[in-house]
Design a protein around this ligand. Sequence first.
Ligand SMILES: Cc1ncc(COP(=O)(O)OP(=O)(O)O)c(N)n1
Ligand SMILES: Cc1nc(C(=O)O)sc1CCOP(=O)(O)O
Ligand SMILES: [Mg+2]
Length: 552
Amino acid sequence: MTFALYSLQVAPLVVFRQDRNSSFLSSNSDSNQKSKMHVSMTMQTDGASTNIHTSHNKIPHVLTVAGSDSGSGAGIQADLKACAARRVYCSTVITAVTAQNTVGVQGVNIMPEDFVAEQLRSVLSDMHVDVVKTGMLPSLNILKVLCQNLREFPVKALVVDPVMVSTSGDVLAGPSVLAGFREELLPMADIVTPNIKEASALLNNVPLKSVSDMRDAAKLIHELGPRNVLVKGGDLPDSLDSIDVFFDGEEFYELCSLRVNTRNTHGTGCTLASSIAAELAKGSSMLSAVKVAKRYVETALNYSKDLLIGNGAQGPFDHFLALKNITQNSCRQDRFNPNDLLLYAVTDSSMNRKWGHSIAEAVRAAVEGGATIVQLREKDAETRDFVDAAKVCLEICHSFRVPLLINDRIDVALACNADGVHVGQSDMPTHLARSLLGPEKIIGVSCKTPEQAEQAWIDGADYIGCGGVYPTNTKANNRTIGLDGLREVCQASKLPVVAIGGIGLSNAGAVMESVPNLKGVAVVSALFDRECVLSETRNLHAVIREAALSRK
Ligand SMILES: Cc1ncc(COP(=O)(O)OP(=O)(O)O)c(N)n1
Ligand SMILES: Cc1nc(C(=O)O)sc1CCOP(=O)(O)O
Ligand SMILES: [Mg+2]
């Protein structure tokens, strides 16, 4: 069930083993995080020592050794953003400074190798680095300096992105570096992540035209010494899917994802490699790190596909999944944005139980599918379980910049620091909820009449939930007010209104189109009483968005 929610529908990442005899999706093929990956934790009993690392103060740490991209789409800047987004500390050693934008690379200034060595020593001698990730290594000497330092300061894992050519086609590393990769760096690597062109270059320009060629290439590159190889097939022509081939020395895995149709792909290679490094730093196994990293990149690409940054052919993407909201709602308010009411997902514990979804799984699928605000309506949850689940859901929602409200329970909202609450006419009075929650939190109130809407405004609410628009099985004995009742409240209300009750794919468009000023629809069963919450949300989001646009 979890797989259906996330992998197939959310980010259509399909993973299947090539070995027919083995079970589907075995996750710990990483027994091959081999002997060379050892932790360099230093414990000293000398009280005066400054070099004591204990498990409770140590955070996962990736060091990226790469070039700077002035346009910030790729290189060091992409690595920093990816690691921050994946919640890992990232230190940097800059090998070159490029003058670069979405058109191409206008200039490269290679750092003197002594200074690269100095940066490496500064970081590695002082900080506890878990994983080193390499990007642009513009000279053989720099590559050699790096290998020397890695021997002197062993780390848990080495991720090599064998950067040779930029997305714009500019050469970033010459033939001598290629030889250095083959002879010195790859034998030290835990994983190498070439794209088609780089894999071909590593193998003396052997042509790669099919997935079968990629498998052959992965095997040959593995013979150069890295413990794992990921040949990225994004540039393979004539395919709807993007297929990467992962080889761990024993088995092949084809990792498929739908090709995202966007110009904003600059920096995907750097980001993928950094994200793999980040997951390894957190302690993931290799295959799981690759899968999570791939899904993250795919989600970010999908999210950023319409961003417009720069005038060139290859734009950067948004590692934090945040910029789109800024462009869509140019006057976004910090506390509450009424536009967030567009697709309001309201959970239901019994529906989640019925389909075998945890609250967190259901919420993640809803926000990945496009829900713009979420309410946890867990009528039969134990308080302790409710608080725990709410904390997890809050993290998920915030990673998508989606507000999370709690139904009825002010105490739970306070305990997990949710973004607000939704209360009804027989729940805690709005003015009391406001005094408990303070001025910043979002408060929604259920109203069926203009008088209730007026009172909600006086009491300090932020929005109104108005229904039932249609009959519903989700809430017992709920009075239906119909489209006319909704229109009446919308017309009178000083607060933004979201419609609720019996709304789904078949009528959401009509509700949005026929009620002026309505900010969105709130939905329970049409999203959560379904096997695949993700695709239901995606479909509903498309319908509502279209209706909202056609109203303008
Ligand atoms: C967005 C939204 N609108 C209305 C409601 C109903 O709230 P309430 O009347 O308190 O009923 P319960 O949901 O508590 O049964 C809502 N939850 N969300
Ligand atoms: C929670 C709730 N409040 C309503 C109101 O009229 O205030 S109707 C309702 C249930 C909405 O569920 P569904 O989308 O499955 O019809
Ligand atoms: Mg209530």
